[in-house]
Design a protein. Structure first.
Length: 260
């Protein structure tokens, strides 16, 4: 795509008229029209403003891309800046979500340790569970601005998408050992409870607090890893995400609602 085609596409996606964009750039509607028709080119200062308005890089605006099927598809263009912000937000949220699940599991610990049904024991359970709920509630408030990434077909600069795919493979390798540890901890804890319930020998009951702690740690690790990898998969494997029946169903429902 040429610069003019990109500017036209970005303006339409943002829902801006030529007049509205011209006002933000402190120029005329005729100038914007010429840029989009390939009859002129904005000065450096205005190029920087355009990049800030549409959250795209100068590299994307200035480099003509070879026409492909992707260029003719309808979708939401994701700039490098937006993708990086989404991944950073996902990493922060992963900590909170993982901690929330871990603390909710750990809330059973006082009951298994004290077994006195005392007020202190109850208050401790409530306190730990409340911390877990707070962890969920404090998930990054900036997640809202990235909701569109889950609702639309995503378009990327081809070079950046290749770079992102390589990073995804590196992240998978980095977290593979951690993910195995989390899965093992969950497996050991669940097996302990299942075996004790089936055999009913009472041998493992004294070790229940240890198994609950292992479960809490396993949940924290597993949920955190899954959340981070899911964020990368949403970007790198967007075609798989958008080809799912549930995604297409939501798209149809949203279009019907918009038409209504």
């Amino acid at each position: 795509m040429t610069f003019g085609e990109k500017l036209f596409k970005l303006r339409k996606e943002k829902g801006l008229s030529q007049e509205a964009l011209a006002e933000q750039l402190n120029t005329t509607r005729q100038a914007v029209s010429k840029w989009e028709n390939g009859q002129g080119f904005p000065e450096t200062e205005k190029l920087l403003r355009i990049g800030n308005i549409f959250e795209v890089s100068m590299d994307y605006l200035l480099k003509d891309t070879i026409g492909s099927e992707k260029d003719n598809e309808e979708g939401y263009y994701v700039s490098r800046e937006m993708a990086e912000g989404f991944l950073l937000s996902a990493q922060k949220s992963a900590k909170h979500i993982g901690l929330g699940f871990g603390l909710l599991a750990l809330a059973f610990e006082p009951y298994l340790i004290f077994k006195q049904n005392s007020a202190f024991e109850l208050l401790l359970i409530i306190f730990i569970a409340t911390l877990g709920v707070i962890a969920f509630v404090t998930v990054g408030s900036d997640q809202g601005q990235y909701t569109v990434l889950k609702k639309e077909v995503l378009l990327f600069d081809s070079k950046f998408l290749k770079e992102l795919a390589m990073r995804y493979e590196n992240v998978k390798r980095k977290y593979s050992v951690i993910a195995v540890i989390g899965a093992c901890l969950l497996t050991v804890s669940f097996l302990a409870f299942a075996l004790e319930k089936k055999l009913d020998m009472g041998v493992l009951i004294p070790y229940y607090p240890i198994f609950v702690a292992l479960m809490a740690i396993g949940l924290y690790i597993s949920v955190r890893v899954i959340t981070i990898l899911s964020a990368y998969q949403l970007l790198v494997k967007n075609e798989e995400h958008t080809s799912r029946f549930s995604f297409k169903l939501k798209q149809k429902a949203r279009k019907k609602f918009d038409n209504f």
